[in-house]
Design a binder for this molecule. Structure first.
Ligand code: ADP
Ligand code: NI
Length: 218
């Protein structure tokens, strides 16, 4: 078997095992979609496909939210795994940086690290939060937190602080205005931007229907 393929197959097995008990928002199928999307975007960009695939597959193996906010657990676990495969050190370091910096809120240069490969995986991860899948994930999350679908009396709050966001108990529709509809302007790659535009338009159409149905108008 080709070496690249063998590395990816071993990584898929490892990630499935690591995520066996993951919560719904970050289960194996989130990884699967991000991986497929990252490959799709990488086909249109000059990039190291092995780094892109490993970054996508390993980006959520240990979410700091569930590990006392420790941002280094994910990179460390992924690093140990990649060392067991004896991958080149520059590949290991690059993938660890992707895992470290993928969820940083800032744009390219505020991160302290940026590469095309990071941009691709980050775009793929953001795409999974918008469009049809993004809508499903948002309502799944809201249901898990026992939140209302919508409340016409509760306005969205833009630019919530991190602390405020943690305690935010607003209806799920508000999340569209606070986060999901803002993602299309944060995309890194040309293909990512195009895909985000389509998914964005779909969410806007979805919201129009939602409000019309809410008021018995359609
Ligand atoms: P990620 O780890 O992908 O950066 P999060 O862990 O914040 O993102 O969110 C995972 C999923 O849950 C995403 O689809 C996101 O839109 C959704 N989500 C996060 N916070 C909320 C919220 N307050 N209301 C509804 N959905 C949310
Ligand atoms: Ni993710």
């Amino acid at each position: 078997m080709e070496q690249h393929q063998e590395i990816i197959e071993t990584t898929v097995k490892f990630v499935k095992q690591e995520l066996a008990n993951a919560e719904g928002g970050h289960d194996w199928w989130h990884i699967y979609r991000v991986w497929k999307q990252a490959r799709h975007i990488a086909a249109t960009e000059q990039s190291d496909l092995l780094v892109v695939e490993l970054g996508a597959l390993l980006h959520d193996i240990a979410d700091s939210k569930f590990h006392g906010g420790d941002e280094e657990i994910g990179p460390a676990r992924a690093g140990a795994f990649m060392e067991s495969l004896a991958l080149p050190q520059h590949v290991i370091d690059h993938v660890k940086n992707i895992i470290r910096y993928i969820s940083f809120k800032g744009g390219h240069n505020e991160n302290g690290f940026y590469s095309t490969e990071l941009g691709i995986v980050q775009d793929a991860d953001r795409l999974d939060a918008i469009g049809a899948i993004g809508i499903a994930r948002a309502f799944n999350y809201g249901g898990f937190k026992n939140r209302a679908l919508y409340d016409p009396g509760v306005a969205p709050v833009l630019n919530r602080s991190k602390e405020d966001y943690k305690h935010n108990n607003a209806p799920t529709i508000n999340h569209f205005y606070e986060k999901l509809l803002l993602l299309k302007d944060k995309m890194n790659t040309t293909t990512g931007k195009q895909l985000a535009e389509e998914r964005h338009a779909f969410m806007e159409q979805y919201l129009q229907h939602f409000y019309a149905e809410w008021e018995g108008e359609m």
